[in-house]
Write a protein that binds this ligand. Structure first.
Ligand code: TDX
Length: 341
């Protein structure tokens, strides 16, 4: 059956991957991308999608009530998937207010328009960071959907705030929403301020690889396409008010990831530079994905060894994409963040 899906934040990393996934998986669906193209949104990411007659792009901020309402009234989406967010922890430490505006108020605004126009389905893309972190010496502990919210950074607090609003809207107004909380993603179109693309690009330029603190912090990595598959399954399932953790049990320390990237690119480990730690740096994230596996039959398809190989190849083949980015705002940002370290 034909459906219209609005994807907010679709010019960003996970949103754009989701658009390509959906256009391919559901050739009869209409996909509308809403994105205000901040520094992290790049329209060239959607170049191929723009050639597809089932795809349309709208430059709009999710905080713009009138603009969103006008679009939703005209397009009558069946589902709204909210990826739009400020997502970089380090930026949130420097400028928290924009995280509150976009991540919390933007989500509220979208939900209010959806309620008013009785849009049948809303999905909030959240993060495992809302659970805070786990100790390194307790490998037996994982985040489940019942783990208390315990955010560490302004970024994760803003995502947690949005999650609480979504659940409150569901309870109070019977708002037809679901939430997914995924572990760290990697893959094509990952913005070069995040660990994996930053390290690949620095290594290619023989520049120092800045590892925060002791490099022993652990993240649970999932290939972005597996995350897209999980969201596709959730939005096609009729259970509402549910939270699903998404992760592939692939925990790795930052330093091991960095060493692996250097090995794959045949670059020396002497490029590794330990720098001042991130403030409030979460030690370990680890997702228990039992619920989504058992209830929806989701499982991750890409093993980390294959996913990282594909990702590195993608960055090697798409220099144009990331060179354009690092010559712009990103460069100023980079100097501000790392210049003094
Ligand atoms: O230069 C760096 N050096 C470094 O050691 C950068 C950019 C990061 N790191 C470390 C910090 C983290 O321990 O690497 C780890 C990963 O860092 P990020 O890529 O910034 O991701 P993280 O902070 O784990 O948050 C990510 O996962 C959850 C995403 O950026 C979030 O948007 C998502 O919600």
């Amino acid at each position: 059956m034909e459906k219209t899906i609005v994807v907010t934040g679709g010019a960003g990393f996970i949103g754009s991957n989701f658009i390509y996934y959906m256009l391919n998986k559901h050739p009869y669906y209409k996909i509308i991308c809403v994105d205000c193209l901040t520094y992290a949104g790049n329209l060239s990411t959607l170049k191929k999608a723009l050639e597809n007659p089932n795809f349309r792009f709208e430059k709009l901020n999710i905080c713009d009530y009138e603009g969103i309402k006008k679009l939703f009234k005209e397009a009558k989406p069946d589902i709204v998937v909210n990826f739009a967010a400020e997502s970089h922890v380090d930026r949130s430490i420097k400028t928290p207010e924009i995280f509150v505006d976009t991540n919390i108020k933007g989500t509220q605004n979208l939900m209010d328009v959806c309620r008013e126009l009785e849009i049948p389905r809303f999905h909030q893309v959240s993060t495992d960071e809302v659970y805070g972190d786990l100790p390194l010496d307790r490998p037996d502990l994982f985040f489940t959907e019942k783990t208390p919210i315990h955010a560490s950074s302004p970024y994760s607090a803003s995502k947690a705030g949005a999650d609480l609003l979504v659940l409150a809207y569901h309870r109070t107004y019977n708002f037809p929403a679901t939430i997914s909380r995924c572990s760290n993603n990697y893959g094509p179109y990952h913005f070069p301020e995040k660990l994996i693309p930053l390290m690949i690009i620095n290594a290619l330029h023989n520049k120092p690889l800045p590892v925060y603190g002791d490099g022993l912090n652990v993240r649970d990595w999932l290939y972005v396409e597996d995350h897209c598959k999980a969201i596709d399954m959730i939005i096609h399932d009729e259970h509402l008010g549910e939270v699903y953790n998404v992760g592939g049990h692939n925990e790795m320390s930052n330093i091991d990831i960095v060493k692996l990237i250097l090995k794959k690119l045949k670059k020396p480990e002497s490029l590794i530079t330990f720098v001042e730690d991130r403030k409030g740096h979460d030690r370990r994230y680890a997702i228990d994905p039992t619920k989504i596996k058992e209830q929806l039959g989701w499982y991750p398809e890409t093993k980390f060894a294959d996913g990282i190989e594909k990702t590195i190849k993608w960055y090697l083949a798409h220099e144009d994409w990331w060179k354009e980015i690092i010559s712009g705002d990103y460069k100023n940002y980079y100097e501000k963040m790392y210049g003094a370290k």
